[in-house]
Write a protein that binds this ligand. Sequence first.
Ligand SMILES: C[S@@+](CC[C@H](N)C(=O)[O-])C[C@H]1O[C@@H](n2cnc3c(N)ncnc32)[C@H](O)[C@@H]1O
Length: 280
Amino acid sequence: MAKIIISEDDFQKFQEYFYRKTGIQFEESKRYFVDKRLVERIEATASENFRGYFTMLRFQASGAELQALVNLMTINETYFFREEYQFACLVNSILPEIVARKKDKSPIRIWVIPSSSGEEPYSIAMCLLERWADINKWDVEIISSDIDTKILAQARAGLYSARSVKHVPKSYMQKYFRQTAHDYQLSEELRSAVEFTRVNLMESADVRQYRNFDVIFCRNLLIYFDDVSRKQAVETFYDALHPGGFICLGHSESMSRISSLYKIRKFPEAIVYQKPLEGR
Ligand SMILES: C[S@@+](CC[C@H](N)C(=O)[O-])C[C@H]1O[C@@H](n2cnc3c(N)ncnc32)[C@H](O)[C@@H]1O
């Protein structure tokens, strides 16, 4: 088989298409990363060249090839208790405000998007169980979503490397994990505390049903988007949140340039964003 070459023109076509589909913008500096994965899929699908593959990708009714490509192109870096100060903020500052307002005693709903392999939503579940005094008085629903179906399967399985659990407190390790030959397996109790779903944040048909959340964690995703996609994402979150609901972003992400829909709240532990309460 002849060596498959991705030309500059091919790269640009692909870059534009992938951006429209996912919001992810690949700069020229990511050329090697992108080309390598494209060639891998061109070969796996026995396509003749980029042109044949790209046509199939765009017109395939099932969307299976696009999903396979998305699973290869996403960067899933994450670990337990990453940016932990925000979990302290959730327990000490955000939840007390939410429960004080929740007169109807409806469940507290938390959306963690993107989930990657699940370390973030499971860390949140552990923090609530171990550090929030009111946990037994409230129903809490944690829903966690990602565009990558392969990483979601990993999240549901709850198997983690030593590197991934490095920052988990010892007592939580003993309580919530079981060591296997090669990994650490999360307990069934904790796995059942999080519901994982496939969502493309850039796809309005996917996000439409996500409503009535009290808190959204969207950390380390907006860094891969340009300002247009970021704006679309935070507008989606606006519709998904209750009035007065909160958003936590990653430490290098900010809303200031993208949207004025939210109020900035400076809590002792972290700066977060809040959808204004009606009439205020
Ligand atoms: C670096 S991980 C962040 C994981 C976790 N939130 C954290 O901060 O550790 C980025 C994740 O975003 C997901 N992602 C990329 N584009 C997405 C989109 N359009 N919709 C939903 N998830 C997306 C990727 O699949 C990947 O798992």
